[in-house]
Ligand binder design. Structure first.
Ligand code: GDP
Ligand code: MG
Length: 419
């Protein structure tokens, strides 16, 4: 997505005459790209219509920064879709809240429950987990394992088959223990079915949650809207968490889920581990969706891991697109500390989430060392040939990424904005 939208906007900026046709062409390109990113068809169409109303052709013709006007309009429209207008219920530390998680099986509920509990526990809360999934064998064991690892109290049963009974018992127990965040994990079944929605309705009625969170797998594509809407119709969904944002999904389904539930996305899941969990922030998300990059996020990461005095130098090298083995050697450790490299680079304009996976390399790179040289290096360094080859693979992979950065303007701290 990022690439094609950037390209569409680029073409826009190169056009000397901006007229309706150019605007339409540009919007059509953006439409196609958004659809490819799983944004729901109706949302895309509405956005297209809105943009045409907002962007005044006379303004464009008057020679203002044309590209920026259209870019800003698209950006604002997408932000608007993601902002349902009112914040979700926010639990307060020290005051008991019950939060119920719903979503299809496999969407990431149990994992996300623990992440949510752990996130709050680190901030001084007293969370607790209740397993009301009596449908799937092993559900309680999974929650127990997660909870134990995070040292969070949990409640569940191997024997009881009534999810409502367990949910109520668990919530009561933890209210007595003065937990301030009581999290109820539920069953998902494997497909949308009447029995599931009826069960959710009953658990919700019995536990009276302050907040119901709908958990959605980011890779479900165009199904997002209907799925979110189906849950919203049986329980009062008040917030959304989108999981598996570390995968290949572009995240367009998040827009659908917000539109269907009229509730904001509050967190995203970015991995299987407990701390791979981020507060959702609309603007950087949209920037990334549009391939505009999240400069402030990237700069924050750079500042976290690269010593102050070396930051300007690193940025300079990145912007020149010069990437040598020596630079890799110097920067490798620091860069890797920035988290999975693809996540860091997805913050940059033009990269999107489309970084090449390991192994898919263009092996015809002329700068590559030949076999005898690799053997000599391995011998000289007292290393296995395989290790040298692996290093070269890594270099090629990074060099390819770096080469994309050539000519990028790196904004100075202070002049960064979402656009
Ligand atoms: P549930 O059936 O809704 O409770 O889903 P689970 O919590 O059991 O998760 C299903 C699978 O998705 C598990 O293998 C999780 O490790 C995985 N998972 C959950 N969240 C994420 C995420 O944000 N990223 C990745 N990569 N995997 C996730
Ligand atoms: Mg589960």
């Amino acid at each position: 997505l990022g690439g094609s939208i950037s390209r569409a906007l680029q073409q826009m900026s190169n056009a000397t005459v901006i007229d309706e046709k150019v605007l339409n062409d540009c919007l059509n390109d953006i439409t196609r790209a958004l659809l490819q990113s799983d944004v729901q068809f109706k949302l895309v169409r509405d956005m297209q219509t809105n943009i045409k109303h907002i962007v005044n052709l006379d303004d464009l013709a008057a020679g203002h920064n044309k590209r920026r006007i259209i870019q800003q309009a698209v950006f604002n429209e997408l932000c608007k879709i993601l902002d349902p207008g009112k914040p979700s219920f926010t639990p307060k530390k020290g005051k008991t809240s019950v939060v119920m998680f719903v979503g299809l099986q496999g969407s990431g509920k149990t994992t996300t429950c623990t992440k949510y509990a752990y996130y709050h526990q680190k901030k001084g809360w007293k969370p607790a987990l209740v397993c009301a999934d009596t449908f799937r064998a092993g559900a309680f064991d999974q929650l127990k394992q997660n909870a134990t690892k995070a040292k969070i109290p949990f409640y569940g049963s191997y024997m009881e088959s009534d999810p409502v009974k367990i949910a109520v018992e668990g919530v009561e127990r933890f209210k007595e223990e003065n937990c301030d965040l009581i999290i109820v994990d539920t069953s998902g079944r494997h497909k949308q079915e009447t029995a599931l929605f009826e069960e959710m309705r009953q658990v919700s009625e019995a536990t009276k949650p302050d907040l119901v969170i709908f958990v959605m797998d980011s890779s479900i594509g165009q199904a997002a809207f209907d799925q979110a809407q189906a849950f919203k119709q049986s329980v009062a969904v008040g917030a959304v968490i989108v999981t598996k944002m570390d995968g290949h999904a572009k995240g367009g389904g998040a827009l659908s889920a917000v539109a269907a539930t009229k509730s904001p996305v509050i967190f995203i899941g970015t991995g299987e581990h407990m701390d791979e969990f981020e507060v959702f922030d609309v603007k950087p998300f949209v920037s990334r969706l549009l391939g505009m990059g999240d400069w402030s996020g990237f700069m924050d990461k750079i500042q976290e891991v690269v010593p102050m005095d070396q930051q300007p130098e690193l940025l300079q090298k990145l912007s020149e697109g010069n990437f040598t083995l020596r630079i890799m050697y110097e920067q490798f450790q620091k860069i890797l500390k920035m988290g999975p490299i693809s996540q860091v680079f997805s913050m940059l304009p033009g990269f999107g989430a489309e970084l090449m996976p390991k192994g898919q390399l263009d092996s015809s790179n002329p700068k590559l060392m030949n076999e005898s040289r690799i053997m000599r290096i391995a011998r000289g360094a007292g290393r296995q040939i395989r290790e040298v080859m692996e290093m070269m693979e890594e270099y090629k992979r990074l060099a390819k990424i770096w080469s994309k950065m050539k000519g990028l303007k790196i904004p100075k701290k202070g002049e960064m904005s979402a656009l």
